[in-house]
Design a protein around this ligand. Structure first.
Ligand code: URA
Length: 208
């Protein structure tokens, strides 16, 4: 895939890119999703958070991180001293991938082709939002933001040189905290997650 933006590409606004993404047919995920869930937040955001893909509730609402993982994430941002209004929230993949389980829609991990097909929307978001820092949440986002080298549990909280933003790092996905086996494990995982976010808050939002 040629990823060099043309002059016309460079002139597009985020709103125009979002409209284009609404009609995305670059892979088959649109067929079973309600809608494209594009990123949300201000241009010039000091921080961009990248998740994997919208979940069941995000798919219905058309907004990223509004379900249970989003609630945990938003609470953790407050605890870490990060103003949500200064954050651009997005996902590596913009359509919900799921399989039926009775009446429920069960999350399925996007595959390599689906992740690759969606990449251009993320690149446009980064180019137009120009975030001061990017945090990849979980392995799928890390693969898009940082490539295949970094591993979430080994490298969480480390800073990586990147052309995408002055500060680029990764941590766990909030849904992994929700999946922790018991309350004690959940509390520990949540504390470490807030710690990772707070380390970036210190750089990006000093004095808060
Ligand atoms: N999980 C994600 O990765 N993104 C969302 O928007 C919601 C849940």
């Amino acid at each position: 895939m040629n990823d060099q933006p043309t002059k016309r590409d460079r002139a597009r606004t985020l709103a125009q890119v979002e409209r284009d993404a609404d009609g995305c047919r670059r892979c088959d995920l649109y067929k079973h999703a309600t809608q494209t869930v594009f990123g949300a937040g201000p241009v010039g955001a000091k921080l961009m958070l990248v998740g994997e893909q919208p979940g069941d509730q995000e798919d219905k609402a058309g907004e990223p991180f509004v379900g249970p993982a989003g609630t945990l994430l938003r609470e953790a941002l407050v605890e870490a001293g990060i103003p949500i209004a200064a954050v651009y929230l997005t996902n590596a993949v913009k359509h919900f991938k799921w399989k039926p389980a009775g009446k429920r829609r069960l999350h399925e991990r996007p595959n390599r082709e689906e992740i690759l097909a969606c990449r251009l929307w993320f690149d446009d978001e980064v180019r137009l939002v120009k975030p001061g820092a990017i945090i990849a949440l979980g392995a799928t986002a890390a693969s898009v933001v940082l490539g295949s080298g970094p591993k979430v549990l080994r490298d969480r909280g480390k800073l990586f040189p990147s052309p995408l933003a002055p500060i680029v790092t990764l941590t766990v996905h909030p849904s992994s905290i929700l999946r922790a086996p018991d309350a004690a494990a959940r509390a520990t995982a949540r504390r470490l997650f807030v710690r990772d976010l707070a380390a970036i808050a210190k750089r990006q939002f000093p004095g808060r």
